[in-house]
Design a protein around this ligand. Structure first.
Ligand code: SF4
Length: 231
């Protein structure tokens, strides 16, 4: 089994899967029950959930619930549960309530120090969750942003000391939507209201004009990533 400790650099360069399905088939064959998909319920998730359901109908799915999501995010979560009843979907949380966070760090930490807020509400819970698994799946695409241009199907995840599988790296935004429409898949309602990328409601705005797909996240900050995908 390929693990963080046994993954040779050469292997990362030579393994090149042509299709996302091949990538997922390999991942589930390799890791069986020891792989989890960390799902955000954005458009890429709609595609990936559908692909995974063809290969592993009872796959383990985890959702990082920051307690600050849009109500539409919880609605799509419930729709997915109905569409794929065999998926094992688990929401994970930080141990720090919003009230405790405000008491310890002050009100609206996300406005003053979003990195710290993401660390508490997203990164720590996922770090704890990934200790249970040998690998995880993410819906990252190369064309989403410059920071994601170098991701591969199989990645050494130095942050979480694990393996990260990204089956959708070559999909473009149009293909994602074509797939959703062709298969009539449930998708996050806010995509129809100008939100191409959706995170916590206090840090996500609609994108206007020529802004890139993630330009509505953390407006007024240099931050472009929550930190889950940065070593
Ligand atoms: S996206 Fe915003 S509110 Fe959500 S965890 Fe990060 S900083 Fe906090």
């Amino acid at each position: 089994m390929l693990t963080y400790d046994s993954c040779p650099e050469e292997l990362l360069k030579t393994i090149s899967f042509k299709e996302s399905m091949e990538c997922l088939k390999w991942a589930y064959k390799e890791y069986g029950e020891e792989i989890v998909y960390a799902c955000s319920f954005g458009a890429e998730s709609s595609v990936l959930l559908h692909l995974i359901s063809k290969i592993k109908p009872n796959a383990r799915i985890t959702f990082i619930d920051t307690s600050l999501h849009f109500k539409e995010t919880y609605e799509i979560l419930n729709e997915v549960k109905e569409k794929y009843p065999d998926f094992q979907i688990n929401s994970i949380y930080t141990s720090m309530s919003l009230e405790d966070q405000a008491n310890q760090y002050g009100e609206n930490l996300w406005e003053r120090n979003p990195n710290q807020c993401c660390q508490i509400r997203k990164i720590e819970p996922l770090k704890n969750e990934l200790k249970k698994y040998k690998a995880w799946i993410s819906g990252l695409r190369k064309s989403q942003s410059e920071t994601r241009a170098n991701i591969e199907y199989i990645n050494m995840d130095h942050k979480f000391k694990t393996i990260k599988i990204c089956p959708l790296i070559h999909w473009n935004w149009e293909e994602v939507w074509m797939y959703i429409k062709v298969h009539d898949l449930p998708y996050h309602e806010l995509h129809d209201k100008g939100y191409p990328s959706i995170g916590c409601k206090v840090c996500t705005k609609p994108v206007t004009g020529d802004g890139d797909l993630r330009s509505g996240r953390w407006l007024n900050h240099q931050k472009t990533e929550c930190g889950l995908h940065m070593d």
